[in-house]
Design a protein around this ligand. Structure first.
Ligand code: GDP
Ligand code: ZN
Length: 461
C-alpha cells in the first residue's frame, strides 16, 4: 500500500517543556534529513535504525538555525505505524515547534489528521480494528477506570476473545464439512451433532457475557447521565457544587454539541457522572420552566441516574410525591438534605416511596453525608458486579451491534440444530456468526480464506 508521509505535533501527555514532532511514511527520513544538521555532519539517511541524534533544525531556504533538537529515527516495520518514523524532540515553546512542523510540511509531508498514525498502524496490519478504536477511546477516556478499559482493549483483550470464539466456530465448521464429505460414517455424524450443540452453546454464552458488560462499558466511556431534581430551595445547587468541588470536574462544556442542555462531568470513585442540565439548576432553579415539560420529561427518561433531593426540615409535599411518581422504575438515589436543621420530614414515608432504592441523609451546608452519597452512587453503578480487572468491557457501539448480530446468528444455528434442519443450513448461520465476529477486529471476509482453513482441518484430505 502506498501511503504519503504524514506529520503532526504529538506532545506527550501531561505538562512538559518538550514537544515532539512526529513523521511517518516513506519519505519521513528523507524529509527530516533535509532539515537536520548534526555537528558531525552525519546524514539521517545513513544512520542505523532505532537511534537518537543530537543536532539542529535548519531552515534550508535561509540556512537559519530554527531549533536545537534530538531526533529519533526508526525504520519500518518495527515501528508503531510499521512505516519509517522520525520523532523530533524540540525544547522550545509552541512557536518554534510549529515552525519545525511548518518546515516539514513545506518539504513534502502532509499534516496528519487526528488519529491518522493509529489508522496507519491498522492499515499496515500492526494492530486490529478493535485495538485502533481503543486508541481513540483512550484519547477520550474520562476517568482512570475508563482508561483501563481502553487500555485492556488496546492490549487486545477483546481481540483475543473474539479470535478464540472464531476459532471455535471454524473448528466446528470443519467438522460439519467432514460430516458432509463422509456421510457414510455414522459416528462422525453423532459426534458432529453433539459437538455442534456444545460449541455453539459455548460461543453463545461467551458472546452473552461480553454483551452484559456493554452497558457498563458504554457508561464508562460516555458517563452516567445524571439529573438532579427537587423542589426549589431543597439544595440542588448546593449538591451540584459539592459534587463538582469534591470531584474534579472533567469537562465543563462539550464543544461541537448543539444541544442546549449543559453538561458537566465529575468523577465519583471512578464512575463518571455526566450531570445534565446544570444550567437549569444554576439559573432558573426549575428544569421544567427552563426547557419545558416535554423536554424535561425526555431528559428524565434518558437519564441513567436521578438524584432526587428532599428537605429534612420540611414535611413531604404533594410536589415531592409527584416527583417520585415521575421517576418510577428508574435508578434514583434519594437525598434528604439539611439534617443540621430540625427534622420535619417523615423518613419512614420517604423510604416507603423510595421503594428499596437508596436514601441518603446529608447536610450539604456542614458537608455531612457526602461520602455516603458517593458510596451509594458507586454501589449502584457496580450493582452486584465484582470489579475485576480481568473483565473485558465492551464499550464501543459498533462492537455491541456486531456482537448482538453474532449472538442472533449463533442462536439461529442452535435452533436449527435442535430442529434437525439440514447441516448445510446450520453451516450458513455459523459462517455468518464467524463473519460478524470478524468484523469486530476488522478482518476482511474471503471465501477463499475459509476454503483454505477448511483444507487444513479436513481429515485425510
Ligand atoms: P436549590 O434551590 O434546590 O438549588 O437549593 P440551593 O442549593 O440553592 O439551596 C437553597 C438554600 O438552602 C441556600 O441558602 C443554601 O445555602 C441552603 N442549604 C443548602 N444545603 C443546606 C443544608 O444542608 N443545611 C442548611 N441549613 N441549609 C442548606
Ligand atoms: Zn439553587
Amino acid at each position: 500500500m502506498e501511503l504519503d508521509t504524514i506529520a503532526a505535533i504529538s506532545t506527550p501527555l501531561g505538562e512538559g517543556a518538550i514537544a515532539i514532532v512526529r513523521l511517518s511514511g516513506e519519505d519521513a527520513i528523507q524529509i527530516a534529513d533535509k532539515l537536520f544538521k548534526a555537528p558531525s555532519n552525519k546524514r539521517l539517511t545513513m544512520v542505523d535504525s532505532h537511534t537518537i541524534h543530537y543536532g539542529h533544525i535548519i531552515d534550508p531556504a535561509t540556512n537559519a538555525v530554527v531549533e536545537e533538537v534530538m531526533v529519533s529515527l526508526m525504520r519500518g516495520p518495527k515501528t508503531f505505524t510499521r512505516e519509517d518514523v522520525v520523532e523530533i524532540n524540540c525544547h522550545g515553546g509552541i512557536v518554534t515547534v510549529n515552525r519545525v512542523l511548518q518546515l516539514i510540511i513545506q518539504n513534502g509531508a502532509r499534516l496528519a489528521e487526528p488519529g491518522e498514525f493509529t489508522k496507519r498502524a491498522f492499515l499496515n496490519g500492526r494492530i486490529d480494528l478493535s485495538q485502533a478504536e481503543a486508541v481513540m477511546d483512550l484519547i477520550r477516556a474520562k476517568t482512570d477506570r475508563a482508561m483501563n478499559v481502553a487500555l485492556g482493549q488496546m492490549e487486545g483483550k477483546l481481540s483475543k476473545l473474539v479470535q478464540r470464539l472464531r476459532q471455535e466456530i471454524l473448528e466446528t465448521l470443519a467438522h460439519v464439512e467432514v460430516n458432509i464429505d463422509y456421510p457414510e460414517y455414522d459416528d462422525v455424524e453423532e459426534m458432529t451433532h453433539q459437538m455442534l450443540i456444545e460449541k455453539a452453546s459455548f460461543v453463545k454464552d461467551e458472546i452473552s457475557k461480553l454483551l452484559q458488560t456493554s452497558q457498563q462499558g458504554k457508561i464508562l466511556r460516555e458517563g452516567l447521565s445524571t439529573v438532579i431534581i427537587g423542589r426549589p430551595n431543597v439544595g440542588k445547587s448546593s449538591l451540584l457544587n459539592s459534587l463538582v468541588q469534591e470531584n474534579k470536574a472533567i469537562v465543563t462544556d462539550i464543544p461541537g454539541t448543539t444541544r442546549d442542555v449543559i453538561e458537566e462531568y465529575v468523577n465519583v470513585r471512578g464512575v463518571p457522572l455526566r450531570l445534565v442540565d446544570t444550567a437549569g439548576i444554576r439559573e432558573t432553579e426549575d428544569i421544567v420552566e427552563r426547557i419545558g415539560v416535554e423536554r424535561s420529561r425526555k431528559v428524565l427518561k434518558e437519564a441513567d441516574l436521578i438524584l432526587l433531593v428532599l428537605n429534612f426540615h420540611e414535611k413531604l409535599s404533594e410536589e415531592d410525591i409527584q416527583l417520585f411518581e415521575a421517576v418510577k422504575g428508574m435508578d434514583i438515589i434519594v437525598i434528604v438534605n439539611k439534617t443540621d436543621l430540625e427534622k420535619r420530614i417523615d423518613l419512614d414515608k420517604v423510604k416507603e416511596l423510595a421503594n428499596g432504592r437508596p436514601v441518603v441523609t446529608t447536610s450539604l451546608l456542614e458537608e455531612q453525608g457526602i461520602d455516603e452519597l458517593e458510596e451509594a452512587i458507586s454501589a449502584l453503578f457496580f450493582k452486584g458486579n465484582v470489579q475485576s480487572g480481568d473483565l473485558t468491557y465492551v464499550s464501543n457501539s459498533r462492537h455491541i451491534a456486531l456482537l448482538t448480530a453474532a449472538k442472533t446468528s449463533i442462536e439461529d444455528a442452535l435452533v436449527g440444530i435442535d430442529a434437525g434442519v439440514p447441516i448445510d443450513i446450520v453451516q450458513i448461520d455459523l459462517t455468518r456468526c464467524w463473519e460478524q465476529l470478524g468484523e469486530i477486529i476488522g478482518d476482511a471476509v474471503h471465501e477463499s480464506l475459509i476454503d483454505q482453513l477448511f483444507s487444513q482441518f479436513c481429515l485425510g484430505k
